[in-house]
Design a binder for this molecule. Sequence first.
Ligand SMILES: Cc1cc2nc3c(=O)[nH]c(=O)nc-3n(C[C@H](O)[C@H](O)[C@H](O)COP(=O)(O)OP(=O)(O)OC[C@H]3O[C@@H](n4cnc5c(N)ncnc54)[C@H](O)[C@@H]3O)c2cc1C
Length: 548
Amino acid sequence: MDPTQPRTGEVDNQPPPFAPRDLWTHDVALREALAREGASVFADRVATYGALAGGTLYDLSFDAHRDRPRLRTHDARGERLDRVEFHPHYHAVMETAIAHGVAGLSWMEAATPGSHVARAALSYLHYQAEPGSSCPLTMTHAGVPVLRREPGLHEWASKAAAPHYDPREVPIQAKTGITLGMGMTEKQGGSDVRANTTTARPVPATGDDPGEPYALAGHKWFMSAPMSDGFLVLAQAPGGLTCFLMPRRLADGAKNAFALVRLKDKLGDWSNASSEVEFHGARAWRVGEEGRGIATILEMVMLTRLDCMLGSAGLMRMALDQAIHHCSHRVAFGKRLIDQPLMRNVLADLALEAEAALALSMRVARAVDAAPRDPSEAALARIATAIGKYWICKRTPAFASEALECIGGNGYVEESLLPRLYRQAPLNSIWEGSGNVQCLDVLRALSRDPGTGPALWQELQCDGGGEPCAAALQALRAPLHDKIPIPEPAARTFVESLAQTLQASILLRANNPLANHFVATRLATPHAQNYGTLPLEVPLEQILTRAR
Ligand SMILES: Cc1cc2nc3c(=O)[nH]c(=O)nc-3n(C[C@H](O)[C@H](O)[C@H](O)COP(=O)(O)OP(=O)(O)OC[C@H]3O[C@@H](n4cnc5c(N)ncnc54)[C@H](O)[C@@H]3O)c2cc1C
Protein backbone atom coordinates (compact mmCIF):
# COMPACT_ATOMS: atom_id res chain seq x y z
CA MET A 1 0.00 0.00 0.00
CA ASP A 2 1.26 3.47 -0.87
CA PRO A 3 1.60 5.33 2.48
CA THR A 4 1.12 8.66 0.73
CA GLN A 5 -2.42 7.74 -0.38
CA PRO A 6 -5.42 8.18 1.94
CA ARG A 7 -6.54 4.85 3.42
CA THR A 8 -9.93 3.53 2.35
CA GLY A 9 -10.59 -0.15 3.15
CA GLU A 10 -8.99 -0.43 6.56
CA VAL A 11 -11.19 -0.27 9.63
CA ASP A 12 -9.77 1.71 12.48
CA ASN A 13 -11.15 3.20 15.69
CA GLN A 14 -14.40 1.21 15.50
CA PRO A 15 -15.51 -0.96 18.46
CA PRO A 16 -15.30 -4.76 18.27
CA PRO A 17 -18.61 -6.64 17.81
CA PHE A 18 -20.96 -6.22 20.76
CA ALA A 19 -22.13 -9.84 20.81
CA PRO A 20 -21.82 -12.55 21.98
CA ARG A 21 -22.21 -11.10 25.44
CA ASP A 22 -23.50 -12.76 28.58
CA LEU A 23 -26.34 -10.46 29.60
CA TRP A 24 -26.55 -12.04 33.06
CA THR A 25 -22.88 -11.93 34.00
CA HIS A 26 -22.58 -8.35 32.72
CA ASP A 27 -25.53 -7.09 34.71
CA VAL A 28 -24.69 -6.74 38.39
CA ALA A 29 -27.95 -4.85 39.02
CA LEU A 30 -29.97 -7.81 37.71
CA ARG A 31 -28.02 -10.34 39.73
CA GLU A 32 -28.53 -8.33 42.90
CA ALA A 33 -32.22 -7.71 42.17
CA LEU A 34 -32.93 -11.40 41.61
CA ALA A 35 -31.42 -12.26 44.99
CA ARG A 36 -32.97 -9.29 46.80
CA GLU A 37 -36.47 -10.06 45.56
CA GLY A 38 -36.29 -13.69 46.65
CA ALA A 39 -35.53 -15.71 43.52
CA SER A 40 -31.94 -16.89 44.11
CA VAL A 41 -33.11 -20.46 43.77
CA PHE A 42 -33.73 -19.77 40.07
CA ALA A 43 -30.39 -18.01 39.45
CA ASP A 44 -28.93 -20.80 37.32
CA ARG A 45 -31.91 -20.81 34.98
CA VAL A 46 -31.84 -17.05 34.58
CA ALA A 47 -28.07 -17.14 34.05
CA THR A 48 -28.48 -19.71 31.27
CA TYR A 49 -31.00 -17.47 29.56
CA GLY A 50 -28.80 -14.41 29.96
CA ALA A 51 -26.06 -16.13 27.96
CA LEU A 52 -28.55 -17.21 25.29
CA ALA A 53 -30.16 -13.78 25.05
CA GLY A 54 -26.86 -12.05 24.37
CA GLY A 55 -25.68 -14.83 22.04
CA THR A 56 -27.92 -17.05 19.93
CA LEU A 57 -31.08 -15.00 20.36
CA TYR A 58 -29.29 -11.74 19.68
CA ASP A 59 -28.04 -13.16 16.37
CA LEU A 60 -31.43 -14.59 15.38
CA SER A 61 -33.20 -11.36 16.23
CA PHE A 62 -31.86 -9.40 13.25
CA ASP A 63 -33.63 -11.56 10.64
CA ALA A 64 -36.74 -11.94 12.80
CA HIS A 65 -37.00 -8.17 12.93
CA ARG A 66 -35.93 -7.20 9.43
CA ASP A 67 -38.00 -9.79 7.54
CA ARG A 68 -41.38 -8.58 8.70
CA PRO A 69 -44.32 -10.99 9.09
CA ARG A 70 -46.56 -11.26 6.02
CA LEU A 71 -50.29 -11.85 5.92
CA ARG A 72 -51.65 -14.43 3.48
CA THR A 73 -55.38 -13.90 3.37
CA HIS A 74 -56.25 -16.53 0.70
CA ASP A 75 -54.76 -19.56 -0.98
CA ALA A 76 -54.45 -19.98 -4.76
CA ARG A 77 -58.00 -21.32 -5.01
CA GLY A 78 -59.52 -18.39 -3.19
CA GLU A 79 -60.06 -20.18 0.12
CA ARG A 80 -59.40 -18.01 3.15
CA LEU A 81 -56.18 -18.76 4.98
CA ASP A 82 -55.80 -15.83 7.40
CA ARG A 83 -52.27 -16.94 8.07
CA VAL A 84 -49.24 -14.90 9.05
CA GLU A 85 -45.86 -16.09 7.86
CA PHE A 86 -42.72 -15.29 9.83
CA HIS A 87 -39.01 -15.62 9.20
CA PRO A 88 -37.83 -19.01 10.55
CA HIS A 89 -35.62 -17.15 13.04
CA TYR A 90 -38.75 -15.70 14.65
CA HIS A 91 -39.93 -19.24 15.36
CA ALA A 92 -36.49 -20.17 16.66
CA VAL A 93 -36.60 -17.22 19.07
CA MET A 94 -40.10 -18.17 20.26
CA GLU A 95 -39.14 -21.81 20.71
CA THR A 96 -36.09 -20.95 22.82
CA ALA A 97 -38.01 -18.45 24.94
CA ILE A 98 -40.89 -20.78 25.68
CA ALA A 99 -38.59 -23.73 26.38
CA HIS A 100 -36.77 -21.62 28.99
CA GLY A 101 -39.93 -20.42 30.70
CA VAL A 102 -40.26 -16.81 29.50
CA ALA A 103 -44.00 -17.45 29.14
CA GLY A 104 -44.59 -20.12 31.74
CA LEU A 105 -41.97 -20.45 34.45
CA SER A 106 -44.06 -18.65 37.07
CA TRP A 107 -46.95 -21.08 36.54
CA MET A 108 -44.89 -24.26 36.11
CA GLU A 109 -42.92 -23.48 39.30
CA ALA A 110 -45.77 -21.77 41.16
CA ALA A 111 -45.13 -23.80 44.29
CA THR A 112 -41.70 -22.18 44.73
CA PRO A 113 -41.77 -18.59 46.04
CA GLY A 114 -39.87 -16.30 43.69
CA SER A 115 -41.03 -17.92 40.46
CA HIS A 116 -42.69 -14.68 39.28
CA VAL A 117 -39.50 -12.77 40.04
CA ALA A 118 -37.43 -15.28 38.06
CA ARG A 119 -39.80 -15.11 35.09
CA ALA A 120 -39.66 -11.33 35.31
CA ALA A 121 -35.88 -11.54 34.97
CA LEU A 122 -36.30 -13.80 31.93
CA SER A 123 -38.73 -11.31 30.42
CA TYR A 124 -36.27 -8.44 31.01
CA LEU A 125 -33.49 -10.43 29.33
CA HIS A 126 -35.67 -11.52 26.43
CA TYR A 127 -36.74 -7.97 25.65
CA GLN A 128 -33.09 -6.99 25.30
CA ALA A 129 -32.60 -9.61 22.60
CA GLU A 130 -35.87 -9.58 20.62
CA PRO A 131 -38.59 -7.23 21.89
CA GLY A 132 -41.21 -7.98 19.19
CA SER A 133 -41.66 -11.58 20.31
CA SER A 134 -42.10 -10.39 23.89
CA CYS A 135 -45.68 -9.48 22.94
CA PRO A 136 -46.97 -13.04 22.36
CA LEU A 137 -44.80 -14.31 25.22
CA THR A 138 -46.25 -11.90 27.72
CA MET A 139 -49.84 -12.42 26.53
CA THR A 140 -49.39 -16.18 26.81
CA HIS A 141 -48.03 -15.76 30.33
CA ALA A 142 -50.71 -13.31 31.40
CA GLY A 143 -53.65 -15.25 29.98
CA VAL A 144 -53.06 -18.29 32.21
CA PRO A 145 -54.67 -17.07 35.47
CA VAL A 146 -57.73 -15.84 33.55
CA LEU A 147 -58.23 -19.22 31.86
CA ARG A 148 -57.80 -21.01 35.16
CA ARG A 149 -61.01 -19.39 36.37
CA GLU A 150 -63.03 -21.75 34.17
CA PRO A 151 -62.66 -25.47 34.95
CA GLY A 152 -63.42 -26.34 31.32
CA LEU A 153 -60.45 -24.27 30.15
CA HIS A 154 -57.78 -25.86 32.35
CA GLU A 155 -56.31 -27.70 29.37
CA TRP A 156 -55.83 -24.32 27.72
CA ALA A 157 -54.24 -22.85 30.83
CA SER A 158 -51.81 -25.72 31.36
CA LYS A 159 -50.75 -25.82 27.70
CA ALA A 160 -50.16 -22.05 27.71
CA ALA A 161 -47.89 -22.49 30.73
CA ALA A 162 -46.05 -25.48 29.22
CA PRO A 163 -42.46 -25.14 27.93
CA HIS A 164 -43.37 -26.22 24.39
CA TYR A 165 -43.71 -24.05 21.29
CA ASP A 166 -45.80 -25.48 18.49
CA PRO A 167 -46.73 -23.03 15.71
CA ARG A 168 -48.73 -25.59 13.73
CA GLU A 169 -52.28 -24.60 12.84
CA VAL A 170 -54.06 -27.51 14.49
CA PRO A 171 -56.58 -27.76 17.33
CA ILE A 172 -55.00 -27.42 20.76
CA GLN A 173 -55.89 -31.03 21.56
CA ALA A 174 -53.08 -32.01 19.16
CA LYS A 175 -50.53 -29.76 20.87
CA THR A 176 -48.45 -29.87 24.03
CA GLY A 177 -47.95 -26.12 24.11
CA ILE A 178 -49.95 -23.12 22.88
CA THR A 179 -49.79 -19.31 22.68
CA LEU A 180 -52.42 -16.69 23.50
CA GLY A 181 -53.40 -13.24 22.22
CA MET A 182 -55.83 -10.57 23.34
CA GLY A 183 -58.49 -8.54 21.53
CA MET A 184 -59.91 -5.49 23.29
CA THR A 185 -59.26 -2.39 21.17
CA GLU A 186 -61.86 -1.38 18.57
CA LYS A 187 -61.91 1.51 16.10
CA GLN A 188 -64.17 3.66 18.19
CA GLY A 189 -62.46 3.01 21.52
CA GLY A 190 -59.27 1.54 22.92
CA SER A 191 -58.68 3.03 26.35
CA ASP A 192 -62.44 3.19 26.83
CA VAL A 193 -63.27 -0.45 26.15
CA ARG A 194 -66.82 0.13 27.36
CA ALA A 195 -67.34 1.58 23.87
CA ASN A 196 -66.81 -1.92 22.37
CA THR A 197 -69.54 -2.84 19.89
CA THR A 198 -68.57 -6.44 19.07
CA THR A 199 -71.48 -8.62 20.09
CA ALA A 200 -71.61 -12.09 21.64
CA ARG A 201 -74.74 -14.15 21.10
CA PRO A 202 -75.26 -17.37 23.11
CA VAL A 203 -75.42 -20.45 20.84
CA PRO A 204 -76.25 -24.10 21.58
CA ALA A 205 -73.40 -26.16 23.00
CA THR A 206 -71.92 -29.26 21.39
CA GLY A 207 -69.86 -31.99 23.03
CA ASP A 208 -66.70 -30.25 21.83
CA ASP A 209 -67.30 -26.99 23.72
CA PRO A 210 -65.16 -26.69 26.87
CA GLY A 211 -67.28 -23.76 28.06
CA GLU A 212 -70.51 -21.90 27.35
CA PRO A 213 -70.41 -21.07 23.63
CA TYR A 214 -71.23 -17.74 21.99
CA ALA A 215 -70.95 -16.40 18.43
CA LEU A 216 -68.88 -13.20 18.10
CA ALA A 217 -69.74 -10.59 15.45
CA GLY A 218 -67.81 -7.37 15.00
CA HIS A 219 -64.18 -6.35 14.79
CA LYS A 220 -60.97 -5.50 16.64
CA TRP A 221 -58.81 -2.64 15.41
CA PHE A 222 -55.68 -4.05 17.02
CA MET A 223 -55.11 -7.73 17.72
CA SER A 224 -51.44 -8.64 17.97
CA ALA A 225 -49.94 -12.09 17.50
CA PRO A 226 -52.87 -13.21 15.34
CA MET A 227 -51.29 -16.65 14.82
CA SER A 228 -51.95 -17.46 18.48
CA ASP A 229 -53.99 -20.56 19.29
CA GLY A 230 -56.54 -18.59 21.28
CA PHE A 231 -57.49 -15.00 22.11
CA LEU A 232 -59.07 -13.43 25.14
CA VAL A 233 -61.63 -11.10 23.58
CA LEU A 234 -64.07 -8.57 25.02
CA ALA A 235 -67.56 -8.44 23.50
CA GLN A 236 -71.05 -7.25 24.43
CA ALA A 237 -73.09 -10.24 25.65
CA PRO A 238 -76.75 -9.88 26.68
CA GLY A 239 -75.56 -9.15 30.23
CA GLY A 240 -72.95 -6.56 29.21
CA LEU A 241 -69.26 -6.46 28.33
CA THR A 242 -67.88 -9.97 28.81
CA CYS A 243 -64.58 -11.81 28.38
CA PHE A 244 -64.35 -14.76 25.96
CA LEU A 245 -61.76 -17.25 24.82
CA MET A 246 -61.86 -17.44 21.02
CA PRO A 247 -59.92 -20.39 19.55
CA ARG A 248 -58.12 -20.16 16.22
CA ARG A 249 -59.04 -23.71 15.26
CA LEU A 250 -62.07 -25.64 16.48
CA ALA A 251 -61.78 -29.15 17.88
CA ASP A 252 -62.72 -30.72 14.50
CA GLY A 253 -59.85 -28.81 12.86
CA ALA A 254 -62.08 -26.23 11.15
CA LYS A 255 -60.89 -22.63 10.97
CA ASN A 256 -62.87 -20.42 13.32
CA ALA A 257 -65.02 -17.74 11.67
CA PHE A 258 -62.76 -14.69 11.89
CA ALA A 259 -60.80 -12.96 9.15
CA LEU A 260 -57.52 -11.07 9.37
CA VAL A 261 -58.14 -7.89 7.39
CA ARG A 262 -54.60 -6.55 7.29
CA LEU A 263 -51.44 -6.20 9.35
CA LYS A 264 -50.57 -2.81 10.79
CA ASP A 265 -47.64 -1.05 9.14
CA LYS A 266 -46.00 -0.05 12.41
CA LEU A 267 -43.30 2.40 13.48
CA GLY A 268 -41.40 -0.43 15.14
CA ASP A 269 -42.06 -3.80 16.79
CA TRP A 270 -41.53 -5.29 13.36
CA SER A 271 -41.08 -8.94 14.23
CA ASN A 272 -44.47 -8.94 15.93
CA ALA A 273 -47.57 -9.08 13.72
CA SER A 274 -50.43 -6.79 14.79
CA SER A 275 -53.65 -7.32 12.88
CA GLU A 276 -57.05 -5.86 12.24
CA VAL A 277 -59.62 -8.60 12.52
CA GLU A 278 -63.30 -9.17 11.79
CA PHE A 279 -65.47 -11.72 13.55
CA HIS A 280 -68.14 -13.40 11.43
CA GLY A 281 -69.90 -15.49 14.04
CA ALA A 282 -66.63 -16.77 15.54
CA ARG A 283 -67.15 -19.40 18.23
CA ALA A 284 -65.93 -18.35 21.67
CA TRP A 285 -66.39 -19.54 25.24
CA ARG A 286 -67.34 -17.27 28.09
CA VAL A 287 -64.72 -16.60 30.76
CA GLY A 288 -66.13 -15.14 33.98
CA GLU A 289 -69.63 -13.82 34.35
CA GLU A 290 -71.54 -11.84 31.74
CA GLY A 291 -71.05 -8.13 32.33
CA ARG A 292 -67.77 -8.70 34.23
CA GLY A 293 -65.51 -8.55 31.18
CA ILE A 294 -63.25 -5.74 32.32
CA ALA A 295 -62.80 -7.18 35.80
CA THR A 296 -62.06 -10.61 34.31
CA ILE A 297 -59.45 -9.48 31.81
CA LEU A 298 -57.86 -7.04 34.28
CA GLU A 299 -55.88 -9.87 35.86
CA MET A 300 -54.26 -10.45 32.47
CA VAL A 301 -53.70 -6.74 31.87
CA MET A 302 -52.00 -6.30 35.27
CA LEU A 303 -49.41 -8.89 34.25
CA THR A 304 -48.88 -7.50 30.76
CA ARG A 305 -48.37 -4.07 32.33
CA LEU A 306 -45.66 -5.49 34.54
CA ASP A 307 -44.00 -6.83 31.42
CA CYS A 308 -44.20 -3.37 29.84
CA MET A 309 -42.13 -2.10 32.79
CA LEU A 310 -39.67 -4.98 32.56
CA GLY A 311 -39.43 -4.60 28.79
CA SER A 312 -38.70 -0.91 28.98
CA ALA A 313 -36.16 -1.49 31.76
CA GLY A 314 -34.57 -4.14 29.51
CA LEU A 315 -34.57 -1.78 26.55
CA MET A 316 -32.82 0.84 28.69
CA ARG A 317 -30.24 -1.70 29.79
CA MET A 318 -29.49 -2.86 26.23
CA ALA A 319 -29.27 0.72 24.92
CA LEU A 320 -26.93 1.65 27.79
CA ASP A 321 -24.82 -1.45 27.26
CA GLN A 322 -24.46 -0.64 23.56
CA ALA A 323 -23.54 2.98 24.33
CA ILE A 324 -20.94 2.02 26.94
CA HIS A 325 -19.48 -0.59 24.61
CA HIS A 326 -19.08 1.93 21.82
CA CYS A 327 -17.69 4.67 24.03
CA SER A 328 -15.22 2.28 25.67
CA HIS A 329 -13.52 1.69 22.32
CA ARG A 330 -14.05 4.79 20.25
CA VAL A 331 -11.39 7.51 20.52
CA ALA A 332 -12.19 11.16 19.74
CA PHE A 333 -10.06 14.21 20.45
CA GLY A 334 -7.28 12.04 21.86
CA LYS A 335 -9.28 10.08 24.43
CA ARG A 336 -11.71 7.20 24.54
CA LEU A 337 -15.21 8.67 24.58
CA ILE A 338 -15.85 7.05 27.93
CA ASP A 339 -12.98 9.11 29.35
CA GLN A 340 -14.35 12.40 28.03
CA PRO A 341 -15.81 14.17 31.07
CA LEU A 342 -19.08 15.25 29.47
CA MET A 343 -19.73 11.84 27.91
CA ARG A 344 -19.10 10.27 31.31
CA ASN A 345 -21.86 12.41 32.72
CA VAL A 346 -24.30 11.28 30.00
CA LEU A 347 -23.50 7.59 30.47
CA ALA A 348 -23.61 7.78 34.26
CA ASP A 349 -26.97 9.54 34.18
CA LEU A 350 -28.37 6.86 31.86
CA ALA A 351 -26.94 4.16 34.13
CA LEU A 352 -28.69 5.63 37.17
CA GLU A 353 -32.00 5.68 35.31
CA ALA A 354 -31.62 2.10 34.04
CA GLU A 355 -30.74 0.77 37.48
CA ALA A 356 -33.73 2.47 39.11
CA ALA A 357 -36.06 1.18 36.37
CA LEU A 358 -34.93 -2.40 36.95
CA ALA A 359 -35.12 -2.09 40.74
CA LEU A 360 -38.73 -0.88 40.62
CA SER A 361 -39.78 -3.50 38.06
CA MET A 362 -38.30 -6.36 40.05
CA ARG A 363 -39.86 -5.08 43.30
CA VAL A 364 -43.26 -5.10 41.61
CA ALA A 365 -42.57 -8.63 40.35
CA ARG A 366 -42.00 -9.68 43.98
CA ALA A 367 -45.27 -8.05 44.99
CA VAL A 368 -47.03 -10.05 42.26
CA ASP A 369 -45.27 -13.19 43.48
CA ALA A 370 -46.31 -12.63 47.10
CA ALA A 371 -49.81 -11.32 46.33
CA PRO A 372 -51.66 -14.65 46.82
CA ARG A 373 -50.10 -14.99 50.29
CA ASP A 374 -50.07 -11.36 51.44
CA PRO A 375 -52.91 -8.80 50.96
CA SER A 376 -50.53 -5.89 51.50
CA GLU A 377 -48.28 -7.10 48.67
CA ALA A 378 -51.38 -7.57 46.49
CA ALA A 379 -52.35 -3.95 47.16
CA LEU A 380 -48.82 -2.78 46.41
CA ALA A 381 -48.78 -4.74 43.14
CA ARG A 382 -52.12 -3.16 42.19
CA ILE A 383 -50.90 0.43 42.51
CA ALA A 384 -47.16 0.12 41.84
CA THR A 385 -47.82 -1.55 38.49
CA ALA A 386 -49.63 1.55 37.25
CA ILE A 387 -46.96 3.85 38.74
CA GLY A 388 -44.09 1.93 37.17
CA LYS A 389 -45.86 1.38 33.84
CA TYR A 390 -46.35 5.12 33.52
CA TRP A 391 -42.93 6.28 34.61
CA ILE A 392 -40.51 3.70 33.26
CA CYS A 393 -42.20 3.42 29.86
CA LYS A 394 -42.36 7.22 29.58
CA ARG A 395 -38.65 7.60 30.35
CA THR A 396 -37.60 5.09 27.70
CA PRO A 397 -37.90 6.98 24.38
CA ALA A 398 -35.68 9.85 25.58
CA PHE A 399 -33.29 7.28 27.02
CA ALA A 400 -33.07 5.37 23.72
CA SER A 401 -32.51 8.59 21.81
CA GLU A 402 -29.68 9.62 24.12
CA ALA A 403 -28.00 6.20 23.94
CA LEU A 404 -28.30 6.30 20.15
CA GLU A 405 -26.55 9.66 20.11
CA CYS A 406 -23.69 8.30 22.23
CA ILE A 407 -22.91 6.01 19.30
CA GLY A 408 -22.91 8.90 16.86
CA GLY A 409 -23.71 8.24 13.20
CA ASN A 410 -23.41 4.48 13.62
CA GLY A 411 -26.26 4.65 16.12
CA TYR A 412 -28.55 6.01 13.44
CA VAL A 413 -27.71 3.21 11.02
CA GLU A 414 -29.82 0.09 10.88
CA GLU A 415 -26.92 -2.36 11.30
CA SER A 416 -26.48 -1.17 14.85
CA LEU A 417 -29.23 -2.23 17.22
CA LEU A 418 -30.13 1.33 18.18
CA PRO A 419 -32.66 2.19 15.44
CA ARG A 420 -34.62 -0.92 16.41
CA LEU A 421 -34.56 0.03 20.09
CA TYR A 422 -35.48 3.61 19.29
CA ARG A 423 -38.52 2.57 17.23
CA GLN A 424 -39.60 0.11 19.89
CA ALA A 425 -39.19 2.55 22.76
CA PRO A 426 -42.57 4.41 22.71
CA LEU A 427 -44.69 1.28 22.39
CA ASN A 428 -44.80 0.09 25.99
CA SER A 429 -46.13 3.48 26.95
CA ILE A 430 -49.06 3.16 24.53
CA TRP A 431 -50.45 -0.36 24.74
CA GLU A 432 -51.90 -1.96 27.84
CA GLY A 433 -53.16 1.48 28.86
CA SER A 434 -51.41 4.65 27.75
CA GLY A 435 -49.68 7.16 30.03
CA ASN A 436 -52.68 9.21 31.09
CA VAL A 437 -54.72 6.06 31.62
CA GLN A 438 -52.06 4.75 34.03
CA CYS A 439 -51.99 8.01 35.98
CA LEU A 440 -55.77 8.03 36.27
CA ASP A 441 -55.59 4.39 37.36
CA VAL A 442 -53.30 5.39 40.24
CA LEU A 443 -55.92 7.91 41.39
CA ARG A 444 -58.66 5.31 40.95
CA ALA A 445 -56.74 2.72 42.96
CA LEU A 446 -56.24 5.17 45.82
CA SER A 447 -59.91 6.13 45.93
CA ARG A 448 -61.43 2.67 45.37
CA ASP A 449 -58.98 0.14 46.81
CA PRO A 450 -58.47 1.22 50.41
CA GLY A 451 -55.44 -1.05 50.87
CA THR A 452 -53.34 0.59 48.16
CA GLY A 453 -52.53 3.89 49.94
CA PRO A 454 -51.29 2.23 53.16
CA ALA A 455 -49.36 -0.45 51.23
CA LEU A 456 -47.58 2.20 49.21
CA TRP A 457 -46.96 4.41 52.22
CA GLN A 458 -45.39 1.49 54.06
CA GLU A 459 -43.13 0.84 51.07
CA LEU A 460 -41.99 4.45 50.89
CA GLN A 461 -39.49 4.29 53.71
CA CYS A 462 -36.55 6.48 52.87
CA ASP A 463 -34.19 5.83 55.82
CA GLY A 464 -30.76 7.09 54.88
CA GLY A 465 -32.14 9.34 52.15
CA GLY A 466 -31.75 12.48 54.24
CA GLU A 467 -33.65 15.71 53.80
CA PRO A 468 -34.60 15.28 50.10
CA CYS A 469 -36.33 11.99 50.83
CA ALA A 470 -38.02 13.32 53.93
CA ALA A 471 -39.35 16.28 51.93
CA ALA A 472 -40.60 14.01 49.13
CA LEU A 473 -42.41 11.84 51.67
CA GLN A 474 -43.90 14.85 53.37
CA ALA A 475 -45.36 16.00 50.05
CA LEU A 476 -46.87 12.55 49.45
CA ARG A 477 -48.28 12.21 52.93
CA ALA A 478 -51.53 14.06 52.25
CA PRO A 479 -52.71 11.93 49.31
CA LEU A 480 -51.39 8.59 50.57
CA HIS A 481 -51.72 8.75 54.31
CA ASP A 482 -54.43 11.36 54.84
CA LYS A 483 -56.38 10.35 51.71
CA ILE A 484 -56.60 13.90 50.30
CA PRO A 485 -57.58 13.41 46.63
CA ILE A 486 -55.34 14.63 43.81
CA PRO A 487 -57.10 16.59 41.04
CA GLU A 488 -56.96 14.88 37.62
CA PRO A 489 -54.85 17.52 35.84
CA ALA A 490 -52.15 17.03 38.49
CA ALA A 491 -52.05 13.25 38.11
CA ARG A 492 -48.86 13.08 36.04
CA THR A 493 -46.92 15.31 38.45
CA PHE A 494 -48.14 13.21 41.35
CA VAL A 495 -47.32 9.84 39.77
CA GLU A 496 -43.89 11.07 38.66
CA SER A 497 -43.13 12.03 42.24
CA LEU A 498 -44.47 8.69 43.52
CA ALA A 499 -42.36 6.77 41.01
CA GLN A 500 -39.11 8.50 41.81
CA THR A 501 -39.65 8.36 45.57
CA LEU A 502 -40.51 4.67 45.27
CA GLN A 503 -37.38 4.02 43.21
CA ALA A 504 -35.28 5.91 45.78
CA SER A 505 -36.86 3.95 48.60
CA ILE A 506 -36.18 0.59 46.95
CA LEU A 507 -32.56 1.48 46.20
CA LEU A 508 -31.98 2.84 49.72
CA ARG A 509 -33.40 -0.22 51.45
CA ALA A 510 -31.30 -2.43 49.20
CA ASN A 511 -28.18 -0.52 50.30
CA ASN A 512 -27.57 0.01 46.63
CA PRO A 513 -24.29 1.93 46.20
CA LEU A 514 -26.01 4.32 43.78
CA ALA A 515 -29.00 5.07 46.02
CA ASN A 516 -27.73 8.37 47.35
CA HIS A 517 -26.77 9.57 43.89
CA PHE A 518 -30.27 8.74 42.70
CA VAL A 519 -31.74 10.71 45.60
CA ALA A 520 -29.35 13.62 45.04
CA THR A 521 -30.12 13.88 41.33
CA ARG A 522 -33.81 12.95 41.22
CA LEU A 523 -35.28 14.10 44.52
CA ALA A 524 -32.96 16.79 45.94
CA THR A 525 -33.02 19.06 42.92
CA PRO A 526 -35.47 18.81 40.06
CA HIS A 527 -33.66 16.78 37.41
CA ALA A 528 -32.75 18.83 34.33
CA GLN A 529 -34.72 18.00 31.21
CA ASN A 530 -31.88 16.13 29.47
CA TYR A 531 -29.67 13.25 30.47
CA GLY A 532 -26.01 14.16 31.09
CA THR A 533 -26.72 16.90 33.60
CA LEU A 534 -25.60 15.27 36.85
CA PRO A 535 -24.13 17.81 39.30
CA LEU A 536 -20.32 17.92 39.51
CA GLU A 537 -20.11 16.27 42.93
CA VAL A 538 -21.64 12.99 41.71
CA PRO A 539 -18.87 10.33 41.42
CA LEU A 540 -19.23 9.30 37.79
CA GLU A 541 -16.51 6.66 38.01
CA GLN A 542 -18.41 4.67 40.62
CA ILE A 543 -21.59 4.64 38.57
CA LEU A 544 -19.85 3.72 35.34
CA THR A 545 -17.79 0.95 36.90
CA ARG A 546 -20.97 -0.66 38.17
CA ALA A 547 -22.77 -0.26 34.85
CA ARG A 548 -19.89 -1.90 32.98
C1 LIG B 1 -48.38 -2.09 18.04
C2 LIG B 1 -49.67 -2.16 18.79
C3 LIG B 1 -50.18 -3.40 19.09
C4 LIG B 1 -51.39 -3.49 19.79
N1 LIG B 1 -51.89 -4.73 20.08
C5 LIG B 1 -53.08 -4.82 20.70
C6 LIG B 1 -53.65 -6.10 20.99
O1 LIG B 1 -53.07 -7.14 20.74
N2 LIG B 1 -54.87 -6.13 21.56
C7 LIG B 1 -55.55 -5.00 21.89
O2 LIG B 1 -56.65 -5.10 22.41
N3 LIG B 1 -55.04 -3.78 21.65
C8 LIG B 1 -53.81 -3.67 21.07
N4 LIG B 1 -53.28 -2.43 20.82
C9 LIG B 1 -54.08 -1.25 21.09
C10 LIG B 1 -53.63 -0.46 22.30
O3 LIG B 1 -53.85 -1.17 23.47
C11 LIG B 1 -54.40 0.87 22.24
O4 LIG B 1 -53.92 1.59 21.12
C12 LIG B 1 -54.24 1.70 23.49
O5 LIG B 1 -54.86 1.07 24.58
C13 LIG B 1 -54.81 3.11 23.34
O6 LIG B 1 -56.11 3.06 22.82
P1 LIG B 1 -56.51 3.92 21.54
O7 LIG B 1 -55.50 3.65 20.48
O8 LIG B 1 -57.91 3.63 21.21
O9 LIG B 1 -56.33 5.41 21.97
P2 LIG B 1 -57.38 6.31 22.77
O10 LIG B 1 -58.12 5.48 23.75
O11 LIG B 1 -58.15 7.11 21.82
O12 LIG B 1 -56.37 7.24 23.57
C14 LIG B 1 -55.63 8.28 22.93
C15 LIG B 1 -54.89 9.04 24.01
O13 LIG B 1 -55.82 9.63 24.90
C16 LIG B 1 -55.46 9.33 26.24
N5 LIG B 1 -56.68 9.24 27.04
C17 LIG B 1 -57.66 8.33 26.96
N6 LIG B 1 -58.58 8.56 27.89
C18 LIG B 1 -58.20 9.66 28.59
C19 LIG B 1 -58.73 10.39 29.70
N7 LIG B 1 -59.87 10.03 30.29
N8 LIG B 1 -58.04 11.46 30.15
C20 LIG B 1 -56.87 11.82 29.58
N9 LIG B 1 -56.32 11.17 28.55
C21 LIG B 1 -56.97 10.09 28.06
C22 LIG B 1 -54.70 8.02 26.18
O14 LIG B 1 -53.80 7.89 27.29
C23 LIG B 1 -53.96 8.17 24.85
O15 LIG B 1 -52.75 8.84 25.06
C24 LIG B 1 -52.07 -2.31 20.16
C25 LIG B 1 -51.53 -1.07 19.87
C26 LIG B 1 -50.33 -0.98 19.20
C27 LIG B 1 -49.77 0.36 18.88
